[in-house]
Design a protein around this ligand. Structure first.
Ligand code: SF4
Ligand code: SF4
Length: 604
């Protein structure tokens, strides 16, 4: 018999492998940390249609449609993406599935790359669908396979919850054989199941309640909810990655490891609690398991000890248990100097934020690399809430403050975010006679999550390319007749056009267009150089905020020191210098000194 292969895989890669082995036909996603790599990994497996959608709601609906058609389908997204997909999620639990449907969600404790720390386990209970929680990459692969079986057996979508550290950590995975090709069984019309008119919704709600009962009974038999008996003085109930921390911190104590965090295996929990002196519940983020355990009439001795903010670690758990109080999250390692995230040297955002900070306006921001415009030196963004929120927020401020903010409100949004959830608010701006200006940062990619394709650049997840959507025409079709495109590397033009847009008596859109430097790096033919004599130390060049501009002391003046390993020669600092002390200089290829070449040794 052939030995099973073991591969070192991240949680995200293992999820993709599980989907492949389960015979998934369609996989969809919208990029978002920590789950972006799932679809990227899926797209490298044969036989799967991997699709980036414009947002998580559409991604969910595509996967649901594939499931209705009898194919196995998977959709993955970050935790806040599940909020966007919540509408079809809640209703699809009523319709149920045809082919298995697994929904992977990545939570982000410590908000490593997110605007909140929401605990997506609440969605399982609120929408009434089962949730599986792996603790390592092996379980990520295994529980995806199990999730498809569960989905088809109980006629329900199944949530699989990961957290950032699990998504990105690598552990060994015993993989299975490539699957036999699966043919989608086809869509069978079933009016009462798939057409959620009010009467049918009630019929399906009855079916849903019966299913929840069956799922709860099944949870007591599922082997992913398992007991590890050790010292009986304390029994710890845990799930997900917290299980690994618990095992490390308390290797001597008994543990009930839940692979399914909703619905819970009530009998297994009662049996476990009856055999230990004290029950502790250790979980990351909200007391989701704890509340359910207490609802079973079980006293939880660890109540109030476990931190609810930030990622857990074995040390933090140990300290919290020792102190019987949640220990605060340590922000960074004090032995390592802090380093704020920065915009890349020579990025287009440097130009537009320099222009914006010169004008001085209120800016409602959005989610993307450009969110960093909220930091020093520009301090250019006043609010950031969620994907697509900037335009609506600006309109709300405008309607609340009227003339007091006329000509002084700007919404900033990236091309991918505009297509994700910015078009509706833009339409509202027109419909409600708004006058705010919208600045679209068009860098032809979804940059922050790693250069994924989107409808603006025409790139698909499977590597096909085609014409992207014409943003000017799209925006014009929404009823905005004042649309200008600027070259963000021309500081004077950017400032002038933005001022004109803000003065326009009606909604105006400025598109700042230049490719992300990681996507299409311009050949660096010149770099900024300083004339020390001409520099007065006025500091204007520092306002560009380029990481290639360091500081040096020049006889008591603080002057720029250009880091030529980083400078890409965008000339923004050159344009900002009122003294002409910074000048672009062409790069001269290194001359090879012929006489320094080693003399070749003749072959023996
Ligand atoms: S030219 Fe100036 S602003 Fe542009 S990359 Fe070089 S140092 Fe930075
Ligand atoms: S803007 Fe020009 S003069 Fe002012 S500090 Fe920079 S290089 Fe010197």
């Amino acid at each position: 018999m052939k030995a099973a292969q073991k591969w070192l895989m991240s949680g995200n890669q293992a999820i993709a492998r599980g989907a492949y082995e389960a015979g998934v036909t369609v996989a969809t996603s919208y990029p978002g940390t920590p789950c972006t790599e799932i679809l990227e990994a899926v797209s490298r497996h044969p036989g799967i249609e991997a699709l980036w959608a414009t947002n998580e709601k559409v991604a969910y609906e595509i996967a649901l449609g594939a499931s209705f058609a009898g194919a196995r389908a998977m959709v993955s997204m970050k935790h806040v993406g599940l909020n966007v997909a919540a509408d079809p999620l809640f209703s699809s639990v009523y319709t149920g599935v045809n082919g298995g449907l697994v929904v992977v969600v990545g939570d982000d404790p410590s908000a490593a790359s997110s605007q909140n720390e929401q605990d997506s386990r609440h969605y399982a209970r609120a929408a009434k669908l089962p949730m599986l929680e792996p603790s390592d990459s092996q379980e990520a692969r295994d529980l995806v396979l199990a999730g498809f079986e569960l989905s088809e057996r109980f006629d329900t979508p199944v949530l699989v919850r990961l957290t950032t550290r699990l998504c990105h950590s690598k552990t060994l995975v015993r993989v299975g054989e490539p699957p036999e090709p699966r043919i989608a069984s086809g869509f069978l019309r079933d009016f009462d199941k798939y057409v959620l008119l009010p009467r049918q919704a009630i019929i399906r709600h009855h079916a849903l309640e019966a299913r929840v009962q069956a799922l709860a009974e099944f949870a007591d038999t599922a082997d992913w909810n398992r007991v590890e008996w050790r010292d009986l003085r304390v029994g710890i109930i845990t799930s997900g990655l917290a299980y690994q921390y618990v095992r490390e911190a308390f290797p001597h104590l008994s543990v009930l490891k839940l692979g399914q965090s909703w619905p819970l295996p009530a009998e297994k929990i009662r049996d476990f609690a009856a055999q230990v002196d004290d029950v502790w519940v250790i979980e990351e983020l909200d007391p989701f398991l704890e509340e359910q355990v207490k609802a079973l009439g079980i006293e939880v001795a660890s109540q109030g000890w476990i931190p609810r903010v930030g990622e857990l670690t074995p040390e933090r758990i140990l300290a919290s248990v020792e102190q019987q109080a949640p220990q605060p999250m340590q922000l960074g390692d004090p032995s390592i100097p802090g380093r704020a995230p920065r915009i890349c040297a020579g990025c287009q955002y440097l130009g537009v934020y320099t222009a914006i900070s010169r004008i001085g306006v209120r800016v409602a921001g959005d989610i993307g690399c450009y969110t960093l415009g909220s930091l020093e030196p520009w301090n250019a963004i006043d609010s950031v809430v969620c994907m697509g929120a900037g335009i609506g927020t600006a309109l709300g401020m405008e309607k609340a403050l009227g003339e007091r903010v006329q000509g002084r409100l700007l919404a900033v949004i990236g091309d991918s975010t505009l297509l994700h959830s910015g078009l509706g608010p833009l339409l509202d701006l027109v419909h409600n006679r708004g006058q705010s200006t919208v600045l679209v940062m068009d860098n032809s990619t979804t940059a922050m999550t790693g250069l994924q394709g989107n409808p603006a650049n025409g790139q698909t997840a499977s590597g096909q390319s085609g014409p992207g959507v014409d943003l000017e025409k799209l925006i014009g079709a929404l009823g905005i007749d004042w649309v200008r495109v600027i070259n963000p590397y021309d500081l004077a033009e950017s400032e002038a056009v933005l001022r004109e847009a803000l003065d326009h008596p009606g909604p105006a859109v400025v598109i700042s267009r230049a490719p992300c430097l990681l996507l299409k790096r311009k050949e660096t033919v010149q770099q900024a150089h300083l004339s020390e004599e001409a520099c007065t130390g006025c500091g204007e060049c520092f306002q560009v905020g380029c990481v290639a501009i360091e500081r040096q002391d020049l006889e008591g003046r603080v002057a720029p020191l250009i880091n030529h390993d980083l400078c890409v020669g965008c000339t923004l600092c050159v344009q900002s210098c009122p003294e002409g002390a910074l000048q672009p200089r062409r790069l001269v290829p290194d001359l090879v000194e012929l006489n320094s070449c080693p003399t070749p040794t003749p072959p023996r």
